[in-house]
Design a protein. Structure first.
Length: 298
């Protein structure tokens, strides 16, 4: 896959009353073209800082970012973004907001506004003042604003903030549609790990400003699968399997093993006088990987 976004050895620190804080430390990342890419990490991990650097809102202390192979401001014309909560004029309607933003972007957005509002689920509220919008509705309008210029790269920071489960599902469909139908690339950050697992092709997990895990979602989940075996007596079975097995409740062990090793492991237990009641493969969730690698920080 062609890298649409390339970040090389980015470092950024901020001054605080208690001294400098490193937001990013020699952070490198490549985002391929034509996928949904998830950026994960606990609060303070550096996600929003990185997105702001990509968009030129702040500058890195060291390192560089390239968009579409370029490092200048011109490439940003091909990007649409929503960072945190959108700032909107409360007296304008949703339709007027998009018309105004289109004019400031130098485009005639009129013909596209109806379709954009429909894509984000705001058709019924198109001519209502924004002051009466819920947080989720404002977020939908912010996403529509990010799509106004038909960008090749869409950057969204917590795009489903304030939405109910139905709204989250709608945005999930929209994100996939942007990639699969429009040919765009989506880079998003989110705390909703189950949604990230459903919608993203690749993810990167940050902690304390550094990259700790990166890869294809299905590979990350599949790589850490384990064999769950219900046995008795469990203590003796644990001694036979050694350090590769950990307890999972009163009657089962989770065993790190490949599929090729599984028959031999079970035979070893049976030959050792262990009763095996059930064995099955368990796949961890992206959430469990996240919590394991970040120590459960939020």
């Amino acid at each position: 896959m062609t890298a649409l976004l390339e970040a090389e050895n980015i470092s950024k620190s901020f001054r605080t009353a208690s001294g400098p804080v490193d937001a990013l430390r020699d952070f490198s990342l490549n985002v391929p073209k034509g996928i949904v890419y998830g950026l994960l990490g606990p609060n303070g991990a550096g996600k929003s800082t990185f997105l702001r650097i990509v968009l030129g809102l702040i500058h890195a202390d060291r390192g560089q970012c390239r968009l579409f192979g370029e490092s200048g401001q011109a490439a940003l014309r091909r990007v649409g973004a929503l960072i945190e909560s959108p700032s909107l004029y409360p007296f304008l309607t949703a339709r007027q907001t998009l018309l105004m933003l289109g004019r400031t972007s130098g485009i005639d957005a009129g013909p596209d506004i109806g379709g954009l509002l429909d894509r984000v689920g705001l058709t019924a509220a198109a001519d209502r003042p924004v002051r009466g919008f819920s947080l989720g509705m404002k977020q939908r309008l912010g996403i529509a604003s990010a799509l106004l210029t038909r960008p090749e790269l869409v950057i969204l920071d917590e795009p489903t903030n304030g939405m109910d489960p139905a709204g989250i599902q709608e945005i999930r469909v929209l994100l996939r549609d942007l990639v699969d139908r429009d040919g765009a690339t989506v880079l998003l950050s989110s705390h909703l790990l189950s949604e990230v697992e459903r919608v993203c092709d690749r993810v990167a997990i940050l902690n304390h400003g550094a990259l700790i895990v990166e890869g294809v979602v299905s590979d990350l989940v599949g790589r850490e699968s384990r064999l769950r075996i219900e046995v008795a007596p469990i203590q003796k079975a644990s001694e036979i399997l050694g350090a590769r097995a950990i307890r999972d409740g009163e009657h089962a062990l989770l065993v790190s093993a490949t599929r090729a090793e599984a028959p031999g492991l079970i035979k070893t237990l049976v030959d050792g006088g262990i009763d095996v009641f059930e064995s099955r493969w368990t796949l961890p969730t992206l959430e469990s990987i996240f919590l394991d690698r970040t120590g459960g920080a939020g």
